[in-house]
Design a protein around this ligand. Structure first.
Ligand SMILES: Cc1cc2nc3c(=O)[nH]c(=O)nc-3n(C[C@H](O)[C@H](O)[C@H](O)COP(=O)(O)OP(=O)(O)OC[C@H]3O[C@@H](n4cnc5c(N)ncnc54)[C@H](O)[C@@H]3O)c2cc1C
Length: 367
């Protein structure tokens, strides 16, 4: 019996709180002495799935991690060719304090000091990225546990063992940590047997997930104020920012970043790559006195809707936190959810909270 279940049982039998605490303490000691026996399977090697596998490993549990694509990182994707620093195509800012790295790594022997530049209210990595952080600190101990090109297509939890089907294999587990994007569930890309509970299905379908893209446009000269950032839109319908993407990087390049989500991205969707570039340049020309087209030299677009196993940007920043909290709830105490949209409802759509949600799933499973 897990700690949570034990407490529930105590209240059912009317045992007083001090008495509960006494028994829990004893039960707790007994539990720590009993090694966890179940098999855990983690699905999705983005921030949440990697973190879940890592935290399980720290608890002595070697879980298999299945990833549909042929690489790790998901929405931490980075381009290493476009310019002279790693260009973040998804997560770019540290939306927390730098001490969060030590919390994430959760190892007293590691003291992590990364080079960051303040970008109020956040931080940016200098010549580094979220992906690199995971490659340096999380991946090494779990690398051999990842199987790539394993797209989970169905999950059968109708019997004691959970059966997980990919295109070419059946995996069995006692517990699952599902760390796939919410959109993958919304689009029914994974079939469940039995169906997920109706409340869970309703919450998944009602969640407002924004599509969107990031674009980087390189110029032959800097015709704009260094380190500028304009918030063109940030409301219920979507977000749009343009900014000096080289901030803090010591780069020799001049690059403007554009992030558009939700309604703000709609005007660009459906355009050809050339059409999208022309629209971006027209927008930037208006903002910067017709200079953008004149000094254009290259561009790079990451359309998140087109990523086959992600298919979206992120859960709306304006989602109702109570519903976000409910989204995280486990099913049958065997299927646990972790990731950008499955946080505890305090914060979401960031890398560190995706990893924290994985820690919560691991704690719930292992006790
Ligand atoms: C444009 C953009 C900008 C962002 N900016 C920031 C930022 O500045 N700072 C910040 O902290 N966060 C930012 N975020 C949010 C952050 O990137 C995400 O919250 C976080 O990376 C999500 O991690 P995840 O593990 O939940 O999901 P993902 O990173 O999406 O990983 C999910 C993984 O599951 C795999 N998968 C999907 N389906 C299956 C299947 N059926 N079987 C097996 N594997 C599957 C996918 O291939 C993927 O690898 C941004 C996101 C975007 C899109």
């Amino acid at each position: 019996m897990k700690r949570k279940e034990f407490l529930k049982a105590c209240s059912l039998f009317g045992l007083s709180l001090p008495f509960q605490k006494l028994i829990v303490a004893e039960e707790w000691i007994k539990e720590s002495a009993t090694p966890f026996k179940g098999k855990v399977l983690v699905i999705g090697a983005g921030a949440a799935g990697l973190a879940a596998t890592y935290y399980l490993k720290q608890r002595g549990i070697t879980a298999d991690l299945l990833e549909a694509s042929d690489t790790i990182g998901g929405r931490m994707k980075v381009d290493r060719n476009f310019t002279d620093f790693p260009l973040p195509l998804g997560a770019e800012w540290l939306e927390s304090k730098p001490t969060v790295f030590d919390t994430l790594v959760n190892d007293e022997e590691e003291k992590i000091a990364l080079q960051l530049v303040a970008d109020e209210p956040d931080y940016k990595f200098i010549n580094y990225s979220w992906l690199q952080f995971f490659e340096d600190y999380i991946l090494p101990s779990i690398h051999s546990q990842i199987t790539f090109q394993q797209q989970v297509k169905s999950i059968d939890y109708s019997e004691a063992k959970i059966k997980v089907n990919t295109q070419d294999r059946i995996w069995e587990a006692d517990y699952l940590i599902l760390a796939v994007p919410l959109k993958v569930l919304q689009a029914n890309m994974i079939q469940f047997k039995p169906l997920l509970p109706s409340k869970k299905r309703r919450l998944i379908q009602e969640a407002k997930i924004w599509d969107g893209f990031k674009a980087f446009v390189k110029f032959s000269k800097g015709f704009y104020e260094k380190d500028f950032e304009f918030k063109l839109q940030d409301d219920q319908s979507g977000q749009k920012f343009i900014y000096d993407a080289t901030k803090g990087q010591n780069s020799k390049d001049f690059i403007i970043g554009v992030l558009a989500m939700g309604k703000a991205a709609k005007a660009y969707q459906g355009l050809s790559e050339d059409g999208l570039l022309q629209k971006l340049l027209t927008d930037l020309d208006q903002k910067f006195d017709q200079q953008a087209s004149q000094h254009y030299s290259a561009h790079l677009v990451q359309d998140w809707q087109k990523e086959p196993f992600i298919q979206s940007g992120y859960l709306s920043d304006h989602a109702d936190w109570r519903k976000v909290k409910q989204l995280q709830a486990s099913v049958d105490d065997r299927i646990f959810f972790a990731g950008g949209a499955f946080t505890d409802g305090e914060d979401w759509v960031s890398v560190h909270t995706a990893a924290f949600s994985a820690k919560q799933a691991v704690d719930a499973i292992v006790g």
